[in-house]
Design a protein around this ligand. Structure first.
Ligand SMILES: [Zn+2]
Length: 724
């Protein structure tokens, strides 16, 4: 079947025409909505016009098929054509760009060279330049005849723009009638339409609250607002306008009549006529002054309230502009000194602390919104507290060792999709009241102490400060609960990541103890779990039974399940073996944590180093962790860890190695079991090895055991032998 939308109207059958009219009505309505309500046209104007034209043609051929919702019948439908084209009286030129200081000194040197004869001849000859911010908006041209605004147009390709008069008239900074007596008969005023940061934020907030499009940056939003077919929408966007140039300027007889003799005077005139003009324009004769003004403007970028992307320098005298002339389509007498595209200067308005799921406290810089590389940046990562102090990961100074303070003017960099970074501080602009940032030692999510660990290997403090509220911190809560029920921890059947996330979100569980009170609470609850998403009476009973079945967990698993930092399965087993009962472990760790020299209280245990001991003590120093543990122990009774080196244990004193895939137990379970029975578990086969327990897939260890004549048994034989 050929594509109906491509079939000539003359060839359409009645059924096909009906289908096409239906499709077109839908497509045109969708395009209208995209254009009017979202400022985000999904098809080009030409494609849109084509749809409407086809609709009209089909309706003309099949008048009986005209739909009730026909686009041609719609009241107040958008005009079929786009904006009318407007030829500018004088083309709107683009400027040559300068990117370095040298480009600017070259520009001034070229001017001096060109006018050298005048400079040598006349001691009073002054070559002056203006410097003003380059507004990051949209150029527009406004034609006034006898002081009345008759037409406003976009820049377009410079020669021909689009007629957006009605939209431009909604901008408060654009007078409909010029003030004063000395207005030329005809003048085209040029300037930049832009959106302030405040207005951009207002639209974004509105969009966030009521749903709507994603506004990327003020410039694009201003562009979308300006090209609205309904001027009421443009009016609602509160656009602004700065006047800074002109095109045609004629008297009543059609003779050229420049508004004044110099660039600066012309702009002053604009102001007198009723336009908004930028207050940051200066006039100077020195390249150094131009560059100094560039830096001043750059450092004010954060507080201007609107986006700028550089500074424009122009030869001030209009007669000299004329003499110097043009190269290609750009004037020789003006140049745009652009700011680096990926950097912007802004204000550091605050430092927030976020708590990650591992308890890491991460500082985030809050910035006065600034557009960098086409995107509005409002925050930047600060990594850690040393970074704020101006210290890098290896202790080296960053930003020349300058710290960051709230109120600082900072240079933000955004390269590609990388998270924006603060690359420098403008120390000259630091307010005298700015104080060094004090990094919190308390977790903002739960109020627990946050600590920096000593790295045993390097002897240095970890750069990350972490919350010690493992069991109670809401930022860490869900991850800790997932860990608590995971396979090598409590291993509760039917309670996986998905159910934990759901229960956490629904407020059914927040801490491990809550898991074991679920059944009792559910019996009393009005909204019962069996009525929740994904559950039924049978599955709920099964889940509760599975939870109850784990009320007497092995001690090593239980200690591991607590999620104490650095306490993995192996450490859990070592601690279980050392202390024998949860009470002994809890009481010793608690006493050590509350002793001024905890390390003297906590026993030395082979395989457990300084870092682990410290993090155990940090855990038990947090009273709320202890409370959460005690609440849990009210529900759960971990089995005492018994080392049974009984005479009848055939493996007591033997060295055992496990290899291959074990099917009835995890490797850590196997290890713990063998140790309970008095065996020594080794990781590799040697002449000291007594027994190798080999599961399916055993490789080099099996081979070596056979070579050494070590006894090899299967997992089943192991269980037979140990009597389980
Ligand atoms: Zn916390």
């Amino acid at each position: 079947m050929s594509d109906l939308s491509q079939k000539p109207v003359a060839d359409l059958s009645e059924d096909e025409a009906r289908a096409e009219l239906k499709r077109l009505a839908g497509a045109i309505a969708a395009a209208d909505i995209a254009y009017h309500q979202h400022d985000a046209p999904e098809i080009t104007d030409a494609e849109y016009d084509e749809l409407r034209l086809r609709n009209i043609e089909i309706e003309a051929r099949f008048p009986g098929l005209v739909r009730i919702d026909s686009p041609s019948m719609a009241v107040g439908a958008a005009p079929a054509e786009g904006f009318a084209k407007v030829r500018h009286g004088v083309p709107m030129l683009s400027l040559t760009n300068a990117f370095s200081d040298e480009d600017v000194t070259d520009f001034v040197a070229r001017a001096r060279k060109f006018f050298m004869a005048d400079i040598l001849r006349d001691a009073d000859f002054h070559l002056a330049f203006t410097a003003e911010p380059k507004i990051d908006g949209l150029s527009a041209s406004l034609r006034y005849e006898n002081g009345i605004l008759v037409r406003g147009a976009t820049r377009g390709d410079g020669a021909v723009g689009e007629d957006i008069t009605e939209n431009l008239k909604t901008i408060a900074d654009i007078p409909h009638r010029l003030k004063g007596e000395d207005v030329p008969a005809v003048i085209e005023i040029r300037g930049e339409v832009y959106m302030t940061h405040a207005e951009f934020q207002r639209l974004k907030d509105h969009s966030a609250r009521f749903g709507g499009q994603d506004y990327v940056n003020p410039r694009n939003t201003a562009a979308g607002s300006l090209r609205q077919k309904d001027p009421k929408i443009t009016a609602s966007r509160k656009l602004k306008f700065f006047a800074y140039a002109w095109g045609i300027a004629e008297d009543a007889d059609g003779n050229a009549q420049p508004p004044a003799a110099t660039q600066r005077e012309v702009v002053e005139k604009f102001s007198a006529w009723g336009f908004a003009t930028n207050p940051l324009m200066i006039r100077t004769e020195s390249a150094d002054d131009l560059l100094a003004h560039y830096r001043t403007i750059e450092s004010q970028r954060a507080t201007l309230g609107y986006d700028i992307d550089g500074v424009v320098y122009k030869l001030d005298r209009l007669d000299l502009q004329q003499r110097w002339g043009f190269v290609a389509r750009a004037p020789r007498w003006a140049i745009a000194h652009k700011f680096p595209a990926e950097q912007a200067t802004t204000l550091l308005t605050g430092i927030d602390i976020q708590v990650g799921r591992t308890g890491a406290l991460t500082p985030v810089a809050r910035l006065a919104p600034v557009t960098v590389g086409g995107v509005v940046v409002e925050n930047a990562t600060l990594h850690n507290e040393d970074y704020i102090k101006g210290i890098g990961n290896s202790g080296e100074p960053i930003r020349n060792g300058v710290d960051l303070r709230i109120g600082d003017t900072v240079i933000v960099q955004r390269a590609g999709d990388v998270i924006p970074q603060i690359v420098d501080v403008v120390l000259d602009k630091r307010p005298s009241s700015a104080e060094p940032f004090v990094f919190p030692h308390i977790c903002p999510a739960c109020g627990s102490e946050a600590v920096r660990e000593l790295n045993e290997k390097t002897g240095k403090l970890d750069s990350i400060r972490r919350c010690t509220g493992e069991l109670i911190c809401p930022a860490q809560g869900i991850e800790n609960l997932k860990h608590f029920v995971s396979r090598n921890a409590l291993d509760i059947e039917g309670l996986g990541d998905k159910q934990v996330s759901q229960f956490y979100a629904e407020g059914r569980i927040a801490r491990p103890a809550d898991i074991f009170t679920l059944r009792a609470r559910d019996e009393r609850a009005i909204k019962k779990l069996k009525d929740a998403d994904g559950f039924g009476a049978v599955s709920v009973k099964k889940l509760f039974d599975a939870i109850d079945a784990r009320r007497e967990p092995e001690l090593d698993r239980f200690i591991f399940a607590l999620g104490i930092r650095h306490v993995g399965e192996t450490t859990g087993a070592l601690l279980a073996k050392e202390f024998g009962t949860i009470e002994a472990f809890r009481d010793t760790a608690f006493a050590a944590a509350h002793h001024e020299d905890g390390h003297s209280v906590f026993p030395e245990i082979g395989g457990i180093g300084e870092t682990v001991r410290s993090s155990i003590m940090a855990f038990f120093a947090n009273d709320r962790n202890v409370q959460a543990l005690d609440d849990l122990l009210a529900e759960v009774k971990p089995k005492p860890y018994v080392v049974t080196i009984s005479a009848d244990s055939v493996v007591a004193g033997k060295t055992v190695v496990f290899t291959g895939a074990l099917e009835k137990m995890t490797r850590s379970e196997a290890k713990a079991m063998a140790e309970r029975l008095g065996a020594k578990v080794a990781g590799s086969v040697s002449s000291q090895t007594d027994i190798l327990v080999a599961g399916p897939g055993a490789g080099s260890k099996l081979k070596k055991a056979e070579e050494l004549g070590v006894e090899v048994i299967s997992e089943d034989e192991w269980f037979e032998r140990v009597g389980r």
